[in-house]
Design a protein around this ligand. Sequence first.
Ligand SMILES: Cc1ncc(COP(=O)(O)O)c(C=O)c1O
Length: 406
Amino acid sequence: MKIPGRKNRAFLFQHQTTMKDKQFETQAIRTQLPRSENNEHSVPLYLTSSFVFDTAEDMRAAFAEETDPYIYSRYTNPNNNEFVDKMCLLEGAEAGVATASGMAAIYTSLAALLQSGDHVIACSSVFGATHTIFNKYFPKWNISHSYFEATNPGAIEQLVQSNTKIIFVETPTNPGIEIIDLELLGQIAKKHKLILVVDNCFATPYLQQPLKYGASLVVHSATKYIDGQGRVCGGVVVGKKELIREIYLFGRITGPSLSPFNAWTLSKSLETLALRMDRHSENALYIAEALEKNAALEFVKYPFLPSHPQYAISKKQMKAGGGIITFSVKGGYEAATKFMDRLELIKISPNLGDARTIATHPASSTHCKLSKEERLAVGILPGLIRISIGLENKDDILKDIIQALG
Ligand SMILES: Cc1ncc(COP(=O)(O)O)c(C=O)c1O
């Protein structure tokens, strides 16, 4: 099988062999394109939509897939390849495809692998836009779905049908912060020969590597922690090479490709992912512990708080708790929006995973397309607030939250 878009396939294997035995931080920093004749230290940005061929025969052979050079940036590009190769090493994957956003990674992967008549099992608390793909768009192409509650993955087995092809999950879930046992999911997927797809957006490969537990594919919104500074949108899917090949071929035709500039930015950002995730996690745990005692809140949820219902599973499969905490403000919708309006340092925004702390009120924003009943079913209470804890001083973040609670 060809790996898409490599002039010299040795590129992938060079890194696989020289970087494979290195630790996460070294792989994230040292995986890079071969130097050009200019001997640059930092990888250049390949802002080119297409690539040239020496002869008509070279171009014919490339299109016939007899050779594997760069052809056109909708297919792939050197900056894209560097980003993808790095993500493959960090997630422990064979191959991958970069896309323009996290939703492009999710949609392209599912659309490439599913046929009319297929069935998907997903956790009911997937990200709002993923929910909308299952509920609104897939039925147009006769692709059905069943939801299981993230807190009850044992229910999956009863939902398996003869046409079930994929299990799709997020863990931790957005914004409920539920944790699903990846080991159990891997066992169920293997038993029923299903493709397990895990959205690893909240954890990142630094905190959790789903492929180790039997996932076939891992998808990411690189817009979040992979960028880490709220600058660019991007996505990536990595996993088994036979599945990635299908996704690559579908994406090459339908065009959800990541721009070279965004790929360059994301690959650079990965250099600091480990450092950032350690600090996000340290700040978030400190703030979650401090807020647990706050009388203005109904509850605080964070994977590494012992009060979290799936604390033991979080500890088993995650290196640290990550940067997202949620809490429910007493007084519901009105009290929650009042809290948001009182924030000073923390900004109101739909994004997460930024160096800057961000507050979101899911019921009125990211999850407003769900009905009230659907929101309640996945734990999105009217008073629920999601805080993406940034890298500012943890006491400054905490002070702002406490003053806004009034
Ligand atoms: C868990 C999760 N998956 C996917 C996405 C979609 O990513 P993007 O906004 O990059 O398309 C998001 C966005 O917030 C998310 O939180």
